[in-house]
Design a protein around this ligand. Structure first.
Ligand code: CP
Length: 310
């Protein structure tokens, strides 16, 4: 693959390969000196058309730890604000001879559009409600390190499934690796025909939690709502909030995950989110840097004339 636009299309061994590659970067990042200069001389552009804390900073840190020259383009301060089109922006970035471009955009498919116009690898940092592949990969890395093999695990993904690119990429990733995936949320936030994605859909959170090994909570994507009915914040917490009491329905050693940003007291209570023996919220952020180092390394191998991955 030249690009990383989604988990869809990746073979199980390709996902496993990226997970294995990330391990060396987890180890490096835990040392006091965190540098490896294999991307020295390369330029990575992070073009973010939507807000981000974790993804933008971790891609920037990942590129810098690998020795690349990293520059960030924030759409709010760019000529997008003067009416420049997405295609013209892509061609402008391409003319600067980037060696990799990382893009976040609010519209599904926008990253593919840019990838079709540029000469270097493109990494999708989240496009609309389509895919967020590096989030799914860092989540898989976190699960694998905590639970061992992903195949055979029971995993519940809860919340705004309809709008969540995190849910979509995770469903594809986790089912490809052989997990049993349950999705749960309000009926208005459940995509039609979700069962076609090899998952079991629930509207009752307690039923979905029964015996699961992993509970992955999602934020309500208020910025993507288009008139869907959603319960009030209080009602949402009552029906779909992960509380300490509710977590007892999952397996005794169940892992609690959240990609961030969290709405504390809505989809997840602080005493669950902040307990490192049960929650991997901060570990997911740590794994995000390692996984993005792996993705930048692997996708720039062709440019560096190093053997690729597929
Ligand atoms: N999880 C995630 O994508 O977070 P950011 O929006 O802060 O990048």
């Amino acid at each position: 693959h030249r690009n990383l636009l989604g988990i869809a299309g990746l073979q199980p061994w390709e996902i496993q390969y990226l997970l294995a590659e990330a391990e060396q970067w987890v180890a490096l990042n835990q040392q006091s000196s965190k540098h490896d200069d294999r991307l020295a001389g390369l330029t990575v552009i992070n073009a973010f058309f939507e807000n981000s804390t974790r993804t933008l900073l971790s891609f920037e840190i990942a590129g810098k730890r690998l020795g690349a020259d990293v520059v960030n383009m924030h759409a709010a301060q760019s000529s997008i604000k003067k009416g420049e089109t997405l295609i013209d922006t892509a061609m402008t970035l391409n003319a600067m001879r980037a060696d990799a471009i990382v893009i976040r955009h609010g519209s599904s498919g926008a990253v593919q559009l840019i990838a079709d116009k540029v000469d270097c690898p493109v990494l999708n940092a989240g496009d609309g409600s389509h895919e967020h592949p590096t989030q799914a990969l860092l989540d898989a890395l976190t699960i694998r390190r905590r639970k061992g093999e992903i195949g055979g695990l029971k995993i519940a993904i809860c919340g705004d499934i309809l709008h969540s690119r995190v849910a979509r990429s995770n469903i594809i990733c986790l089912t490809t690796l052989g997990a049993e995936v349950r999705v749960v949320g309000p009926p208005s936030l459940m995509p039609n025909a979700i069962e076609a994605m090899q998952v079991t859909a629930f509207t009752d959170f307690d039923a979905a939690l029964d015996g699961v090994d992993v509970v992955m909570m999602l934020r309500l994507q208020n910025e993507r709502m288009q008139g869907q009915f959603i319960p009030s914040t209080r009602e949402y917490r009552r029906l779909y909030g992960l509380t300490e009491e509710r977590l007892t329905r999952a397996a005794p050693d169940a892992l609690v995950m959240h990609p961030g940003p969290m709405n504390r007291g809505v989809e997840i209570d602080s005493n669950v989110a902040d307990d490192p023996s049960r929650s991997s919220v901060t570990e997911q952020v740590e794994m995000g840097v390692a996984m993005r180092m792996a993705c930048l390394d692997v996708l720039t191998r062709r440019a560096r004339k190093v053997e690729g991955w597929s």
